[in-house]
Write a protein that binds this ligand. Structure first.
Ligand SMILES: [Zn+2]
Length: 139
């Protein structure tokens, strides 16, 4: 599991809190998964009244574990492939069902980083300022 402060993965998929990036199988049969968690985005959700940072992280860990069992050796997100996307959604749903604290958040239509909290319906912008934006504000 890697923590990322960037809203995109190296493969350019947008990351909202976390993303399962699939796994590889070594010559010894050992499955190694790749999972991203953006803790700063998880904090934004918690401060806005959504699920806790711990719940967000637990979800990503469960997703990685289930992904290793259900889809060993498949790189899921960065491929932008519909069949693999469906496989990822099934893994996400299994992880969701295992944790009663997890809250499914919808992405506001027409946006990439604005999510809607399920209970309050509050809209939360998860897009983080780039280092350049931060610099402009302090000058
Ligand atoms: Zn998920």
């Amino acid at each position: 599991m890697r923590e990322t402060s960037s809203p995109t993965t190296p493969g350019k998929a947008s990351v909202r809190v976390g993303v399962f990036d699939g796994s590889t199988v070594g010559a010894d049969g050992k499955v190694e998964t790749s999972q991203f968690v953006n803790v700063k985005q998880a904090e934004i959700i918690e401060k806005a009244g959504g699920q806790s940072v711990g719940t967000s992280v637990v979800h990503e860990v469960l997703e990685s574990y289930i992904g290793a069992i259900d889809a060993p050796g498949k790189k899921i997100v960065t491929g932008n492939n519909k069949a693999l996307g469906d496989e990822f959604n099934a893994i996400h749903d299994k992880a969701k069902d295992l944790d009663p604290e997890f809250q499914e958040m919808d992405v506001k239509s027409g946006t990439t980083f604005t999510i809607i909290l399920p209970e309050s319906k509050k809209e939360v912008d998860l897009k983080l300022p780039t280092p350049t934006d931060t610099k402009k504000k302090t000058e």
